[in-house]
Unconditional design. Structure first.
Length: 170
């Protein structure tokens, strides 16, 4: 009995340590992905990496503010997740990411742009770069993590990229 009580207390303490971004992953996973533990864990791991990046480039306050709002204002309608009322926090986080120059580096957006610039020229390669929003940064991180060669992705790598990008909460 004492062991069971100890395990329960430990689980409650650990649950209390979840970050707002972890809780957002749980909320979205339960609402939109059937409670998939794999999806929730992948989302949490991805958000941990994005949080580290935000801290490295000076956008941690904006990252934290967005997820505090997302945790507070999460809504599940059917199987559709949303964070109504968090647009201002998302815009501030987007502005922070977008204001970083390549010299300040650190974002997956800029790392991907640098790698793509070394690729042989392809049609449309001279198109304007995509703004570094949280969604673009999260997707760029997935692209960099799942492809061995960003210039020549395989079908399997693209499938893994799409699965990773599906965990982006922006």
């Amino acid at each position: 009995m004492a062991r069971t009580l100890g395990l329960l207390l430990g689980a409650l303490l650990l649950a209390g340590c979840d970050s707002d971004s972890d809780k957002a992953c749980e909320d979205v996973g339960n609402c939109s992905h059937g409670g998939s533990d794999d999806w929730i864990t992948g989302c949490q791991e991805q958000n941990d990496a994005l949080s580290d990046e935000a801290e490295d480039i000076g956008c941690q306050a904006q990252f934290a503010a967005y997820f505090a709002c997302a945790e507070d204002r999460f809504e599940c309608t059917g199987n559709r997740s949303s964070f109504p009322g968090c647009e201002a926090q998302l815009d501030e986080y987007s502005f922070c990411l977008g204001s970083k120059t390549q010299g300040e580096g650190g974002t997956a957006c800029f790392a991907l742009a640098a790698e793509l610039s070394a690729c042989p020229s392809t049609p449309g390669a001279d198109a304007a770069p995509v703004p570094c929003t949280p969604s673009a940064d999260c997707s760029a991180r997935c692209y960099l993590e799942e492809l061995r060669d960003v210039c020549a992705p395989t079908a399997l790598e693209l499938a893994r990229f799409a699965e990773c990008a599906s965990r982006c909460l922006f």
